[in-house]
Design a protein around this ligand. Sequence first.
Ligand code: PMP
Length: 395
Amino acid sequence: MFSHRADFLRHLAPTSPAPMGLEVVSAKGLYLKGIDGKRYLDLISGISVNALGHQHPYIVRAIQKQSRTFSHVMVYGEMVQGPQVKYARLLSSCLPDPLSSVYFVSSGAEATEGAMKLAKRATGRSGFVAFQQAYHGSTQGALSLMGSHYFTDAYLPLLPDVQHTVYEDLESLNCISHKTAAVFIETVRAEAGAVPVSTEFLQQIQARCREVGALLVLDEIQTGMGRTGSVFSLEQAGIVPDILLLAKSLGAGLPLGAFIASPELMGLFSHKPVLGHLTTFGGHPLSCAAGYAQLKFILKHRLWEQAAEMSAQFKTEVAHEKIKHIRGKGWLMGLEFESNTFNFAVLRKALELGLVSDWFLFNDKSLRVAPALTIGQAELKKAIGFIHRAIEAID
Ligand code: PMP
């Protein structure tokens, strides 16, 4: 079979000097097939994207059906497009009041940008508070929220009124003031290595936001759609944000993001100025049809319960003396080793054996575990076997 590797290196803009480089020819369920003819067990589902695995027949059928009906017809927000409306209604039915107005975009970063603008508009303030080692996207507004000098210093100046603080420290609540438009949080600090934030602290942040009139923005871009043991992790945290961010698995493998708020808040974009936020492709009919089918499937089969049970089993069975910490909630998990060198060696060996995983943006000592929610017993055992074999092949 013809390899695209040379042209990949020549014509695709690189994001690092050392890409994983696996050349995929097809994907099905929990497996990717490489050009070498080998099957690779996918333990990260495209970084928390393919909640039902690759090419799930139910989703493929939904995409095929919609592609025969209509694809792009008009920029977002003008025409009544069934797939968008059905999906927005279904999402709203899974969320607490007043989160019932969905602004569809095409990615997580765009959802963050939209939420930042809405918070400025709603409060008349320009300050933001975000957390160390938080990632909310790579565009300039979202990058301003990123709590990492390593990743942001080359792009200064970014937005001026952003403060970065730390989780689980009551002092950090003092950063949230009458000048704060919004505070961006996660319930599980995804790129810090899947570190859960305590319910108590999340509720304290919410209370502080309410006290000073700042909006609370919850990023469920990795935790949403059943991954952490409930449809959305806000249920377990007992908080109701003013704005919820979704992306990653929202489009079931097709590009889709959203920020969701109350109709009153969202209504601000429609006047003074009109067209307060715009996107051409946001809420693409194919992405919405795919996402709708996926959420219906997740709800019908209560996949969040399966995620909670199977991930708990995985946590117990994967334990190994070389794994120093196992963190996470549901199928958003990090296995931390003593060093990044050890983790990289495990990842390389695992890939050689037939297992795809990755490290985290701010925690390269940890191996990422975020498979499709449909992972079965056989695949779970196989993944653990690969990880143990990879660990034991090193030294
Ligand atoms: N928020 C979180 C928690 C994420 O993990 C990501 C992507 N890794 C984003 C936002 C940005 O999403 P996107 O890559 O679709 O812009």
